[in-house]
Design a binder for this molecule. Sequence first.
Ligand SMILES: Cc1cc2nc3c(=O)[nH]c(=O)nc-3n(C[C@H](O)[C@H](O)[C@H](O)COP(=O)(O)O)c2cc1C
Length: 206
Amino acid sequence: MTATLTRPLTVTEAIQTRRSVRKFVPEPMNQEDLREILRLASLAPTANNVQPTRFAVIQNPELQAKLQEAAYGQAQVTSAPAVIVVYSDMEDVLARAEETVHPGMGEEQIKTRAEGLRQNFVQQDVAQRGQWGLTQANIAFGFLMVAARGLGYDTVPMLGFDPEKVRELLGLPAHVQFAGMLPIGKRAEEGFPHHRHSVERIATFY
Ligand SMILES: Cc1cc2nc3c(=O)[nH]c(=O)nc-3n(C[C@H](O)[C@H](O)[C@H](O)COP(=O)(O)O)c2cc1C
């Protein structure tokens, strides 16, 4: 396994040097780095701190081959030593709403706040809640890519897959919503230089 960086990249360096990489060095992920990347992604903010984002971490060539099929044959799914599928699970959040309240609040407050959270979503159906949870998971998906790059890894965000097939392969319930699939490892190609709109094109200053 490749040694970890002597120092993490700055946020600016990580954002500047991240680019989609679709060919990876065939060596396993450093497991400590992998956990640290997931921990950093878990620090992404969520509304009311509901934390609906979940990570399915796959480091299994056979399962990756099946995921590649579900991703219309995209080769990066088996080239990478690991694939992280990021999804939101609002039903899990509501089933265990107490977990989202800071333990320092005390038992009564935890109960009241957890009930309040359930009430907030009682008017919505499973699909609406799922969609709302997805907006939160998308933020963590962004953090995940930057955290990975910060520790010297490369990724490619992917939505080009059949969600029903991925759900089945990972044994996930029908209500979960996918933010994306993220092959991760060390780059074996440079990827493309950034091609982006200018700030003037996309920003309006008031
Ligand atoms: C939500 C999302 C879904 C994407 N899906 C795919 C995909 O299925 N396959 C793929 O090769 N690239 C995919 N991409 C990568 C984009 O093509 C890439 O991010 C974009 O061209 C900008 O290039 P860069 O990431 O190198 O800056 C996806 C990117 C995002 C953000």
